[in-house]
Design a protein around this ligand. Sequence first.
Ligand code: NAD
Length: 365
Amino acid sequence: MLTRILSKHRDLRNILKHLNTGNREIKYSTKTNSKCKTSNPPRILITGGLGQLGTECAKLLRKNYGSDNVILTDIIKPTDEHLENGPFIFADILDFKGLQKIVVNYRIDWLIHFSALLSAVGEQNVPLAVRVNIEGMHNVIELAKQYNLRIFVPSTIGAFGPDSPRNPTPNVTIQRPRTIYGVSKVHAELLGEYYYHRFGLDFRCLRFPGVISSDPPGGGTTDYAVAVFHEGLINKKYECYLEPHTRLPMIYIEDCLSALFQFLNVPNEKLRRRVYNVTAMSFTPEELFSRLTKHIPDLQISYKPDSRQLIAESWPQVFDDSEARCDWGWEHKYDLDKLVTSMLRDVNQNCMPKLNDLAEVNSYV
Ligand SMILES: NC(=O)c1ccc[n+]([C@@H]2O[C@H](COP(=O)([O-])OP(=O)(O)OC[C@H]3O[C@@H](n4cnc5c(N)ncnc54)[C@H](O)[C@@H]3O)[C@@H](O)[C@H]2O)c1
């Protein structure tokens, strides 16, 4: 009798899990501008959507699922361009009722939770980081549970600390971060795994390394690898806040977003865990700058390490993402050389028209 009840219960749980995840057949596109690639696209809410990752992520999802199916939200003012590309609304992740309203009104299926205070900014304002990164996480995970949403939360190399093996850092190992950012990300990982096991919540999390794109970075420890392209092209000089030999894992935005997109669409059965490391390369400031000076020969680099050096020294140098590669076929496309030429092109196209000396810049790319 008991066995029959348990087996019925298991069947029901499996049916519910299947309904929850609703595995849709989805094809990935970065190229076309068509409205929607699938017959039954998910409706997606992005929090913290005007940051470095959110805007580009929204573009990719809109290309694949249709502009109106991706609701970009943040607490800062959008630009005209943001408003042209699809729906934007104000949403503070500390306002649970406000989030509920959006999920209900827009009949949201997936939640991509980008709102956070990054490592360097978090250290400047610990109480705010606790509120945004920890209290905010409580809100979105409860929301996802209440409305059966698939929820993606990015984690980071900053979720590791000086006690973790740094070269390489495996998927499962000691995590004792020394920043409030890292502590809040370990908390998010554990809470998500707990909700998955306890309530069957479709929680998915990738630990990203430093993400490099032409958009302004949000105050992290790996920001130098973005800033040098902007300042290098504009001023021909850059003062680096990390020491020349500081090795950190990195990824170009296109690889980062294709990992996210692919991971969002992996059928649940293929996932052996809810949290995966992903990366593309590891380099030091010295290695990056020497590649860059091949394109900008008059670039002058100086070093003035600050408090971010200590943070960087506690983080992984080389990230082991073999589990993601094995379980769901993650592959990166951009190595350091390709990253440098792509970034020069992106910064030139997206940021330099604001300056007057375009012709001079063009000669570097
Ligand atoms: N950029 C990276 O290199 C990197 C690497 C690893 C992980 N991540 C993670 O990816 C996510 C996005 O990173 P990013 O670089 O785009 O960050 P970002 O700082 O550029 O953007 C974060 C956004 O969150 C918003 N925000 C702050 N408080 C909020 C609140 N109360 N309610 C709603 N929104 C609020 C900010 O306005 C900002 O637009 C973060 O969770 C970050 O930890 C980023």
